[in-house]
Design a protein around this ligand. Structure first.
Ligand code: GDG
Length: 420
């Protein structure tokens, strides 16, 4: 046995080399999020390029990453083998792979059909399946292992969102030396709702592997602290929880750190001549509109798009928005393989058709519905074109669109309609 093990060990010089090269590839700052900040795009010639993906997490984190350096670990969005380490648009990325089954059970299932509706106060019914939970555990372990591999001694690892709630504990078990932060981008529900989750105890214990837990609002942090008491029987004091571990006890802080945007960067884009010109072109293309209203959302049932359209249709019918009002609704494609999202898309498109059919005329559509993703410059031009911005989610962690609209309106004009 002894001979076999000494034979399998690499020679000393090789071992030294491996250790030093391994250390070099390790990072002091590691972001772990379920998705990479870029989507793979197949060009016409079959080559692959990467394009920044839309969504609040990327908007909020990308500028932080650019400033702090470090590496971002995430899934590329396609089923299949891991893309591994690569650089895109100046960011160091490590792409992990998910199998077809894991996409179905982990991503579409547990993340988007169990946790997402549950954490948004069950505005759609959540589904609970053991196989989905098992995939959640497996995939969380993969992310934790990748983080453990990438983190330099004493590094800071920042884990993001509801898809990876087990990672903090799994990572701590492998790397007690790293500092672990976790940020929840979506609401954390009240205990009566959270208690519907059969695996609530494991989720709370998973999160408590972090040193610092961040939430969007104080109410979310309070809900989490209550879950610590009720689901795990822990004692909380102010914003802290104390847990006993083999090595002694540890104090974890759970508090609100509302997320924001790179307001200065976006404000500068909105000042650019080409963007302002594009904004005028958009207004010209609308003919001679009256009031221009704007909605920008991922096509998600939490965002209240259907309710907004219905309300707009009634205001148009009553003539309360003046002559020829126009609503531009950007609904960027999202989670298109999840059934609830397919149904929502159908419902939204039927409603848009109905409003345009009833109140439009040749050369005039009261609703311009855009089921597409646009570059940041186009978004800024749209924000400049909209005299009224409608941000009316039913539930939301924060909502960055509201902040983006304000950041773009250097002229201090425009009205933001924000649901409570
Ligand atoms: C979660 C929480 C929380 C949208 N379409 C395009 C595009 N977007 C950008 C917007 C904005 C972002 O996506 C959406 O922001 P939200 O705040 O609505 O975020 P969610 O995606 O729901 O994400 C949310 C957020 O995390 C951050 O913590 O606020 O509550 O649900 O930045 O501009 N961007 C581009 N093209 C598009 O077509 N470039």
């Amino acid at each position: 046995m002894a001979v076999a093990s000494s034979r399998s060990r690499p020679p000393y010089w090789l071992w030294l080399f491996l250790m030093s090269s391994n250390r070099k590839s390790r990072h002091d700052f590691v972001v772990v999020a379920s998705r990479l900040p870029v989507d793979r795009v197949e060009d016409a010639d079959g080559s692959t390029t990467w394009r920044t993906s839309p969504g609040g997490l990327v908007t909020a984190l990308e500028p932080v990453m650019r400033e702090a350096g470090g590496v971002w670990i995430g899934w590329s969005g396609d089923a299949g083998p891991a893309p591994g380490a690569f650089e895109a648009d100046g960011l160091q990325l490590i792409g992990l792979g998910l199998s077809d089954n894991e996409v179905r059970h982990f991503y579409e299932g547990f993340c988007n059909a169990t946790l997402w509706p549950l954490y948004h106060d069950v505005i759609a019914p959540p589904q609970f399946h053991r196989r989905w939970w098992e995939a959640y555990v497996t995939v969380n372990r993969r992310f934790a292992e990748a983080a453990a591999e990438q983190a330099a001694p004493g590094a800071t690892v920042w884990v993001h969102d509801y898809q990876l709630q087990l990672v903090p504990r799994m990572l701590r078990q492998q790397r007690a030396d790293v500092r672990i932060g976790f940020f929840n981008h979506i609401p954390f529900p009240g205990y009566e709702i959270f208690a519907q989750l059969p695996w609530r105890r494991q989720v709370v214990e998973g999160l408590l592997g972090a040193d610092l837990l961040g939430f969007q609002r104080r109410a979310d942090a309070t809900n989490f602290l209550r879950a610590c008491r009720r689901a795990v029987g822990l004692t909380t004091r102010g914003s802290t929880v104390r847990v006993r571990e083999l090595e002694g006890s540890r104090t974890i802080q759970a508090a609100a750190f509302p997320i924001s945007i790179d307001a200065k960067g976006l404000g500068e884009i909105a000042r650019r001549d080409d963007v302002r010109k594009r904004s005028s072109q958009i207004c010209d293309a609308l003919g001679e509109p009256g009031l221009v209203l704007l909605g920008v959302d991922r096509l998600d049932y939490t965002k209240g798009i259907l309710h907004r359209l219905r309300a707009y249709g009634e205001l148009v019918a009553d003539g309360r928005l003046g002559p020829r009002p126009v609503l531009i609704q950007v609904a960027s494609p999202s989670r298109e393989r999840v059934e609830a999202y397919q149904t929502l898309r159908d419902e939204v498109e039927v409603m848009v058709g109905r409003i345009n059919g009833e109140h439009g005329e040749v050369g005039y559509h009261p609703v311009h519905y855009l089921h597409q993703s646009y570059p940041r410059e186009e978004m800024a031009a749209l924000y400049l074109a909209g005299a009224v911005m409608l941000v009316t989610p039913l539930r939301d962690g924060m909502n960055l669109v509201a902040k983006e609209y304000v950041a773009c309106r250097n002229d201090e004009n425009g009205a933001l309609v924000l649901s409570e």
